[in-house]
Design a protein around this ligand. Structure first.
Ligand SMILES: [Fe+2]
Length: 386
């Protein structure tokens, strides 16, 4: 058995851990920027909790940048980076879902090096600039799905180019992840479902893709079992702290699993969807695509798809992975088509081209290497809701 593993993130997990942010932050300096979304962290009280802990123990000056929207843009990262430089910020706290945490990490890179956010994203031929420095980042997730609190990825959108690409670098790890499951209690049913399904897709794709890493697969296996049991429960009983805790834990496990083992075609094909339709959430796009792509993929790694089926409670046969996914999506109310999400048929070809141009680095990692025709056909099936 061979594998490599590296994770320079201190993890502090548990109910109440968000209130430790001041205590943790003070080792990084005196001036802090909290990066968060426009609404939810204010409405559910998370922002107030974090800011008061920082004021009490962690910093002399606390700044808040609350302009992060869903599918966060390079522009908001550039804006916040200017603020970081202007105010001589020592460390950054990312509070929220994937958007806020991905942005906080990218702001750390952009504010500490030359250039702009889009210089650091991964085109197939690589990023335009390589970072040399960063600032400490503390991530505090308020959803259970993205796993951004424990990995090196920031996914950013460029609305002018209509591209969604990943910044991935070892300087992009947060220094600390404060994972407090009680912050996820206020998520509504749909947000719980779509973020939880994002975690499931991280686990499924890292388990089944062609990279080999037995340790990462172990994490994915555990995450799949937990999500199978606890995502439906968290949706039915939003106040169930045990279900919320296991979902936060599963999201963390699968966030670590993809750090080494990466994702695959479901993510590769989702990015053009939310790049062209920013109102579509990442987890919604994944839900619309995953059944068709799993149908296409399972023959490429029969053993792992049989394992996935078994973990989901089905007979251990590769093709049962498709049914397992289909049934689970129905159970959590997310068996949707691209058409229902508002995608236009005439855009499918452009999106297939985008995958081909921007995500072809994933093709060799995917269980089955797709052609341009495969991509278009898969978008068509997902459009119709197959
Ligand atoms: Fe994802």
């Amino acid at each position: 058995m061979n594998f490599e593993f590296y994770l320079p993130v201190e993890i502090i997990f548990g109910v109440g851990s968000a209130s430790k942010v001041g205590q943790v932050g003070r080792r990084f300096g005196f001036r802090v920027l909290v990066v968060t979304g426009r609404k939810s962290s204010k409405e559910n009280g998370a922002l107030e909790r974090v800011v008061s802990s920082l004021r009490k123990e962690g910093a002399d000056e606390v700044f808040v940048f609350d302009q992060i929207g869903p599918n966060p843009t390079d522009k908001s990262v550039n804006l916040a980076s200017e603020l970081v430089v202007r105010e001589r910020i020592d460390y950054i706290v990312g509070l929220g879902g994937g958007s806020s945490m991905d942005s906080a990490k990218a702001i750390s890179i952009v504010s500490s090096n030359e250039g702009f956010a889009w210089d650091y994203v991964n085109y197939p031929e690589g990023p335009r600039l390589i970072p040399f420095l960063n600032r400490p980042v503390i991530c505090i997730p308020t959803t259970a799905g993205t796993g951004s609190e424990v990995n090196r990825y920031s996914v950013l959108s460029n609305p002018i180019r209509k591209e969604k690409l990943v910044l991935s670098h070892s300087l992009n790890y947060p220094r600390v992840a404060l994972i407090d499951p009680s912050l996820t209690l206020s998520m509504d049913e749909r947000l719980t479902a779509i973020t939880g399904l994002d975690a499931l897709m991280h686990a499924l794709e890292s388990l089944t893709n062609r990279l080999s890493n037995p340790f990462a697969e172990e994490l994915a296996v555990r995450a799949i079992r937990l999500i199978r049991d606890y995502l439906p429960l968290a949706i039915q009983e939003p106040e169930n702290l045990r279900a919320r805790t296991y979902m936060s834990y599963a999201a963390m496990l699968s966030g670590i699993a993809i750090d080494r083992k990466r994702v695959a075609l479901i993510h590769g094909m989702e990015h053009p969807v939310s790049a062209h339709y920013p109102q579509i959430a990442h987890g919604e796009g994944l839900s619309a695509l995953c059944v068709a792509i799993t149908e296409f993929n399972y023959r490429g790694n029969p053993e792992k798809y049989a394992l996935f089926a078994e973990l989901m409670g089905y007979p251990p046969e590769p093709h049962m992975a498709v049914k397992a996914l289909d049934d689970f999506l129905r159970r959590v109310g997310m068996r949707v088509s691209l058409k229902e999400l508002g995608v236009e048929r005439e855009k499918l070809e452009r999106m297939a081209e985008d995958v081909y141009m921007l995500a072809r680095g994933l093709f060799a990692v995917n269980p089955v290497e797709p052609t341009m025709e495969d991509l278009y056909r898969l978008y068509e099936r997902a459009y119709e809701g197959y």
